[in-house]
Design a protein around this ligand. Structure first.
Ligand SMILES: [Zn+2]
Length: 267
């Protein structure tokens, strides 16, 4: 992997780093996207029947089970070297903001501390009527009830037609305007409003870097575009810039490494 000298210098100098990640980095861990997970008995449903407030009102059990299934897929997956490289980078700079569109919690499982989850998390639940957070729940009933108000619990993800978490979005936009470098990783750069974050950075003359296996609508606007999977490009970048070698720190740990390919097809 050839890393341009200009990018190496930029990365080494950057004190305020903003990274936006999307489904690509999760796919490398074998986590299917929403539509990829719609296999078997789930294939018959439209996304609107599984991921909207009205769908939940109509059939709470169906929606709850859909997310229980996806939670199970996530729990079988493990962070890949791309996730681990971002953990290391956070450790090396004073100000690191990781913004993700992913709902699988893999960045946190890898060890990232400061993560802005723009689309929520599959691993958390809240109640349907009042957004009361439920730290634990029993799977005996589908869906379980809120201990505070008695309404059904639902996944704490952003459904179609819902707004993104205001605080998270504000943090993301603010960080994107103040960074020394902005990286867009494993994202198609099509889903709004996440896709506007690199443009916020660009408008503030912040250097843009893209890491993705294919070109995206953002590629032409980038100062540097590295073609390839995050699990290969990020470790190579961190090695060139900081001498970090993820392999040496993780010898013998089952489930992490080996290219990060899981048991589910990603295409
Ligand atoms: Zn409640």
């Amino acid at each position: 992997m050839v890393i341009p000298d200009g990018l190496i210098q930029l990365v080494q100098k950057a004190r305020r780093v903003v990274v936006l990640t999307g489904a690509g980095i999760s796919a490398e861990s074998g986590i299917p996207t929403f539509r990829q997970a719609q296999t078997g008995l789930w294939a018959q449903y439209d996304p609107e029947e599984l991921a909207t407030r009205s769908a939940f009102r109509r059939n709470p059990r169906l929606v709850w089970e859909w997310y229980a299934w996806r939670r199970q897929l996530v729990q079988q997956a493990a962070p890949n070297p791309g996730h681990l490289a971002l953990v290391e980078w956070e450790r090396l700079v004073p100000d690191f903001t990781l913004i993700t569109q992913n709902v699988d919690g893999l960045h946190q499982r890898a060890g990232s501390q400061r993560v802005v989850e723009l689309h929520g998390s599959l691993l958390r639940v809240k109640c349907f009527d009042h957004d009361h957070a439920a730290p634990t729940w029993e799977e005996t009933e589908n869906p379980p009830r809120c201990a505070v108000c008695g309404s059904y619990l639902r996944p704490d993800v952003v459904w179609f037609g819902e707004s993104l978490p205001a605080v998270g979005l504000h943090t993301a936009v603010t960080a994107s305007r103040r960074a020394d470098i902005f990286l867009s990783i494993g994202t198609s750069s099509l889903v709004q409003p996440a896709a506007s974050l690199p443009l916020e950075a660009k408008n503030n003359r912040i250097p843009l870097v893209e890491i993705n296996p294919q070109p995206t609508p953002l590629t032409a606007a980038c100062n540097f575009a590295l073609t390839g999977p995050a699990g290969e490009v990020l470790p190579a970048l961190l090695f060139k810039c900081f001498g970090w070698n993820w392999d040496s720190g993780n010898e013998g740990e089952a489930g992490i490494g080996g290219g990060g390919h899981g048991r589910f097809p990603t295409q």
